[in-house]
Design a protein around this ligand. Structure first.
Ligand SMILES: [Zn+2]
Length: 330
């Protein structure tokens, strides 16, 4: 019954809200996990006054980090926030499996009882989220104070900016059901690409080619693949006019050798799958404005962050999937 209510509220919400992208909103499907997560974030907002999208941003960041971490393991519930066993019970607690909120508090553990069942259980989503919320609460609930709270927790600027970017995307769309992707050039354009991962050198690429080259004519629109935030925009000696977008899965999408940017795209902008960010060109390999040293193409790269460092991975399989999905939609 509760779940039904939540679904109703979500549906009404998306109908009433001034949604910037109506057609996408109408297509959107909510998985049971999305519904559960959003309900937990909103409940925590009610309890703590910290807006739900900050919880969504943190949770998504932690989940993405765990994808790459062996020691942290996969989340067992719908919340992805991680505390180690010792963090939960307190570093001096002799009982590693302690679930008693009082003794955990005594030993300085982070574990709290968020749902008032008398147990501080790290496998309980509400306890987990509440325990994290308590870390943020002392700082306040507006944007700046949440950022300060996050910095004190992570001690890493990049973590804070990624979480704040996630939060701004969730706030803009009013939902966590943002799983769509788009292929990076229009399907009707004349383009070609193949798997060149690790090739000695791509056109205008780096020494080791970290990406996929999509050959297309000058001026073919280049589209954002995912929901995210424009993190970089401008000239790079190798990449030419290039744009970098961080998506909500903590993946950095790099589009290089553009002939120009879309006139409305600025650093800090929120984009959705299909947003035109620029146009295919052959810029790069010299001072700003250098062009034509190789055939026009889009160099597309994907980078993942594990909480400490960032590395490139092969975008070719993702491109193939998005291309196929988009073809099926038509
Ligand atoms: Zn390339």
């Amino acid at each position: 019954m509760l779940k039904k209510c939540i679904v109703m509220i979500l549906l009404l919400g998306s109908l009433c809200a001034q949604h910037p992208h109506r057609s996408l909103a109408q297509q959107r499907t909510y998985s049971p996990t999305d519904v559960q997560r959003l309900a937990l974030y909103k409940k925590m907002e009610t309890v703590t006054s910290i807006p739900w999208y900050y919880y969504a941003g943190v949770d998504q960041y932690e989940r993405s980090i765990r994808l790459t971490s062996r020691e942290k393991g996969k989340p067992t519930g719908v919340i992805g926030i991680y505390f180690s066993g010792l963090q939960w019970v307190g570093p001096l607690n002799p009982v590693l499996t302690d679930r008693n909120p009082q003794s955990i508090m005594l030993f300085g553990g982070v574990g709290l009882d968020g749902n008032n069942d008398g147990i501080a259980n790290p496998d309980d989503d509400e306890d987990l989220l509440y325990s994290f919320a308590k870390k943020l609460m002392p700082y306040g609930f507006d944007k700046e104070n949440v950022a300060i709270g996050l910095w004190n927790y992570y001690k890493r600027d990049k973590a804070v900016s990624m979480i704040m970017q996630n939060a701004s995307v969730y706030k803009t769309y009013g939902t966590v059901a943002l799983h769509d992707h788009s292929f990076v050039v229009p399907l009707h354009a004349n383009y070609s690409y193949r798997d060149t991962w690790g090739a000695r050198r791509g056109y205008g690429g780096r020494r080791i080619h970290e990406g996929t080259d999509i050959f297309a004519d000058y001026g073919v629109p280049v589209k954002a693949a995912s929901y995210g935030v424009v993190e970089t925009k401008g000239w790079n000696r190798f990449g030419g006019w290039r744009i970098g977008i961080r998506d909500i899965n903590n993946i950095y999408h790099y589009y290089a050798h553009l002939s120009s940017f879309h006139k409305d795209i600025q650093k800090g902008d929120i984009v959705k799958p299909g947003t035109i960010v620029g146009y295919v060109g052959s810029s790069g390999y010299g001072p700003p404005g250098t062009s034509g040293k190789f055939p026009p193409h889009l160099h597309y790269g994907m980078y993942r962050d594990n909480g400490y460092t960032e590395w490139a991975f092969d975008p070719y399989p993702s491109l193939k999937v998005w291309e196929r999905q988009e073809r099926l939609k038509k």
